[in-house]
Design a protein around this ligand. Sequence first.
Ligand code: AMP
Ligand code: ZN
Length: 109
Amino acid sequence: MDCIFCKIAKKEVPAELLLETGETLVFKDIHPSAPVHYLVITKKHISSVAEITEGDEALMGHLIHTAKTAAEKLGVSGYKLVFNVGKEGGQVVPHIHLHILGGWATLVN
Ligand code: AMP
Ligand code: ZN
């Protein structure tokens, strides 16, 4: 399958990795839309939130927990977690990913 995020998960395409667990990976977004912008992906290919099944519930919990751990590592005290779902929802890459957006505090303080 020609999926860019599967290729990143398999280390076939380089990315600026922040964190890796058995089932997830966190890397820097190549076109950041916030001072801090990282993506959390599952190593398993799931196209979007619209495609998750009951069997993926624990994995989705783990995905969010990975985001929390990544945010701690990044030192952001507050952040947004965003799933774009489907083309109409602004999803461009059809492999599930959670955006971690933050870093504004350093700009306003
Ligand atoms: P979305 O619109 O939710 O599908 O977001 C996809 C995100 O992936 C965008 O913010 C892109 O900048 C980012 N992106 C696409 N290709 C790469 C890549 N090779 N490495 C890192 N981030 C990427
Ligand atoms: Zn994929």
